[in-house]
Ligand binder design. Structure first.
Ligand code: SAM
Ligand code: SF4
Length: 328
């Protein structure tokens, strides 16, 4: 069957799928989940590996999706994750994961052997007490071990995701740059987005792309790398010691070139991280729907995609679900 690209009404072609495999997490990051009272999805509501595989296969075979990232919640705590990885690796896509890294010391090699190609590890501070305050877990040492394990398993490049927040960890920008240069890992600085469970986000809490680049460039000169459709704006160190990226979702939104769609752990299809409407694939898949019926629903959902989020404007509507439930 010929591949037809998944195009929305603004002409954007979609190639990138994010799959949340669980809403559960072993951390409780302040900007992502409340400290208490989070109700996990009942297990029977989560898509099974076979159900995830069917949706992913339709997206790859019919619409040419060529990149899949597993996320959550914390994807590495979903039981038997390597089984799902080997199913998705068989679709011959650029298969990656975003993880908090805390279990990688024991899992990195297993994930690599199952067919995982790339890995992003989230870390927002190198200071133990600050890490505890941010994640509500005393696991900095585990995450650092996890980074080493990912490098040792041969993931190339290993990327670190750091959400920068004004007055919270913005004084660590240069520590991140130094760490990345010394370890040979790529740091991606992410602007804080209004998807925090506790609603603490305001424009003043965002560390902008301009501030990030200015601070690092003053110590370690940078030069821009030509932009692709990927959300990160990339820069290389002039002295050749690697590169960094900035995901400026707030100050320099990349909605105009967005090529991403999302599947939540409970089988809801989202055409945008900030979407307020979802498309119920779980009911469809569980009714024994054909690939044609699933493909038609996916097409309908992408056609309904808006031009972009409106963070910072009065028209912006905060999605009902927090980042951990949508899948970051
Ligand atoms: N548990 C995994 C992790 O932490 O990497 C995967 C899920 S997490 C929701 C995915 C990414 O979203 C992480 O890099 C996290 O830092 C980021 N994130 C969570 N809440 C955010 C927010 N409000 N603004 C920006 N990034 C956020
Ligand atoms: Fe868990 Fe990741 Fe959210 Fe932190 S950012 S609470 S590690 S899902």
């Amino acid at each position: 069957m010929a591949i037809e690209p998944l195009v929305d009404t603004y002409g954007r072609v979609h190639r990138d799928l994010r799959i949340s495999v669980t809403d559960r997490c072993n951390f409780r990051c302040q900007y992502c989940m409340p400290a208490e009272g989070m109700e996990w999805m009942p297990r029977e509501e989560l898509l099974t590996f076979e159900e995830i595989e069917q949706v992913a296969r339709v997206l790859v075979e019919r619409y040419g999706i060529d990149s899949i990232r597993l996320t959550g919640g914390e994807p590495t705590i979903r039981a038997k994750l390597p089984v799902l990885i080997s199913k998705l690796a068989a679709l011959d896509v650029d298969l990656s994961i975003t993880t908090n890294g805390a279990t990688l010391a024991s899992q990195a090699q297993l994930l690599k052997d199952a067919g995982l190609k790339r890995i992003n590890i989230s870390i927002d501070s190198f200071d133990r007490q600050r890490f505890i305050d941010l994640t509500r877990r005393d696991d900095l040492h585990r995450v650092l071990e996890g980074i080493d394990a990912a490098v040792a398993a041969g993931f190339e490049p290993v990327k670190l995701n750091a959400v920068m927040m004004q007055g919270i960890n913005s004084d660590e920008l240069l520590d991140f740059a130094r760490f990345g240069r010394e370890k040979g890992v790529q740091v991606r600085f992410i602007e804080f987005m209004p998807l925090d469970a506790e609603g603490k986000w305001s424009n003043d809490t965002v560390v902008s792309q301009a501030e990030i680049i200015e601070t690092i460039n003053a110590e370690f000169p940078l030069e821009p790398i030509e932009r692709t459709s990927a959300p990160a704006t990339r820069y290389r160190y002039v002295d050749g010691k690697g590169e960094i990226g900035v995901v400026a979702s707030v100050s320099d939104s990349f909605c105009g070139t967005c090529d991403r769609v999302r599947l939540t752990a409970d089988g809801q299809f989202r055409n945008c991280l900030f979407a307020v409407d979802e498309f119920d694939l779980r009911t469809l898949v569980r009714s024994g729907a054909s690939d044609d019926a699933i493909a038609a629903k996916l097409d309908e959902a992408v056609k309904a995609k808006w031009a972009g989020h409106q963070i910072g404007q009065v028209t912006f509507i905060r999605p009902k679900r927090s980042m951990s439930q949508i899948g970051g």
